[in-house]
Ligand binder design. Structure first.
Ligand SMILES: [Zn+2]
Length: 267
């Protein structure tokens, strides 16, 4: 792995280190030193950020290629493998989503489960062996509880939601949203297979979802990329504040079953 030894030791020396996989709007960290992490699935651009006496590996999900990698082309396997290879066991993902339940724009919701409508994305590390990762609790209960309690302390209302992941890059049709809203609360394009791959690598993984728009047909307006970006920009400070609090409260011990996510699934 092409990582400066000093950084590697820096991360290893901290039991509370974790990764943040960030979306649009969280990519501008020009003042941070950039790392290139090589994995067998490809190269990942990352930064190490000091947050509240903790070291955080920040991976801008859409970085690489020519500017902004679209959701269906993101190298999710390389991202998760880069985290795994560094010995980091926890990842917080930041995703932007459209609401199908009328959550207010700019608010934060925490997925507790997902439904997957992606297709054609490489979605497993186990191409040549049979490994059924446990998805009974795809998002780490310990991390979710930590995020919820921090938001509560800040006086911020949040909700547990079911996340529907679509293939994109187009927005959904009104009919699709009518269907999806029967069994999910928010819709996005980047949550899967990232969460699945994290479980396959036995990581603790939780997602902080920012409501950036109403899903198609929920109100009379239609979703636009500009609207999404405007909300992300306006809430960037808050997201960083939240990540900072997570960094300062990250427990040392993992008190969940994420580490065993493939133990009973291998044939
Ligand atoms: Zn966990």
């Amino acid at each position: 792995m092409d990582i400066n030894k000093q950084y590697e030791e820096y991360l290893y020396s901290m039991d509370r280190s974790f990764a943040v996989i960030g979306g649009v709007g969280l990519s501008q960290l020009a003042d941070q030193s950039q790392l290139t992490l090589d994995t067998e699935y490809g190269t990942v651009v990352a930064f190490i950020i000091k947050m509240a006496d903790n070291n955080v590996l920040f991976i801008p999900r859409h970085a690489g290629g020519r500017g902004h990698v679209p959701p269906h082309k993101i190298n999710y396997r390389a991202i998760i493998m880069a985290i795994k290879q560094l010995g980091i066991t926890r990842a917080i993902s930041v995703n932007s989503v459209g609401t199908m339940q009328g959550h207010s724009i700019g608010s934060i919701v925490i997925p507790c489960d997902f439904v997957d409508f992606t297709h054609g994305r490489p979605s497993t590390f186990f191409e040549n062996e049979t490994v059924h990762a446990d998805m009974s609790e795809p998002y780490c209960p310990q991390l979710r509880s930590l995020i919820r309690s921090i938001l509560k302390e800040k006086g911020v209302d949040t909700a547990d939601v079911i996340y529907a992941c679509t293939e994109g890059p187009r927005f959904e049709t009104k009919a699709e949203i009518r269907m999806l809203s029967n069994f999910a609360d928010v819709v996005g394009m980047t949550g899967v297979p990232e969460v699945v791959l994290a479980k396959e690598m036995q990581l603790c993984y939780a997602s902080v979802c920012l409501i950036t728009n109403m899903a198609s047909g929920i109100e009379s307006s239609r979703p636009t990329a500009t609207e999404v970006l405007d909300v992300l920009t306006s809430r960037k400070e808050f997201i960083f504040e939240l990540l900072y609090s997570i960094a300062s409260h990250m427990p040392i011990e993992r008190e969940c079953r994420c580490h065993y996510s493939i133990d009973d699934g291998t044939l």
